[in-house]
Design a protein around this ligand. Structure first.
Ligand code: ZN
Length: 148
């Protein structure tokens, strides 16, 4: 493993990978599920969202994949829970800028652990791994808004 790649798997990422927060789906009618796959890496993620009056009350995740993908799902669930929907979507877009190594505009103090994925920008093939859970969240929100 190159030292660059070791950098990529920083302590925070490995911690979320080994001790994922909010893992495991809950069988409850109040949750909306989105399943996404990343065939190039083998990542397979289901995100489950509970929304109440435009506030994200709970985010669960389940699936298999690489450390980047699974840890990112855990970080996403922690970062976006208890946020107002508009803020959560804005944070997801800030996260896409972070992993692409682009300048992040606006208030970033809510991003927390998500900043460790900045190193992913050096590995373009892994950007999809890092963002898949966040994309699933975003898809879930638009489906909920459309009343699906
Ligand atoms: Zn992956």
């Amino acid at each position: 493993m190159s030292s660059n790649l070791q950098n990529l798997y920083r302590q925070v990422i490995m911690d979320h990978y080994k001790n994922p927060r909010n893992k495991g789906l809950i069988s409850d009618a109040g949750y909306h599920d989105v399943h996404l796959r990343n065939p190039t890496c083998g990542d397979d993620v289901t995100i489950s969202i509970k929304m109440d009056d435009d506030v994200i009350k709970d985010i669960r995740h389940e699936g298999t994949g690489c450390a980047i993908c699974c840890s990112s799902a855990s970080v996403m669930s922690e970062t976006l829970v208890e946020k107002e929907v508009g803020d959560a979507v804005r944070l997801a877009h800030q996260f896409y800028d972070i992993v692409k190594g682009e300048e992040v505009l606006g208030d970033v103090e809510d991003m927390g652990d998500a900043f460790v994925y900045q190193g992913v920008s050096q590995f373009p093939a892994r950007i999809k791994c890092a963002t898949i859970a966040w994309k699933a969240f975003e898809q879930g929100i638009s489906e909920l808004k459309e009343g699906k």
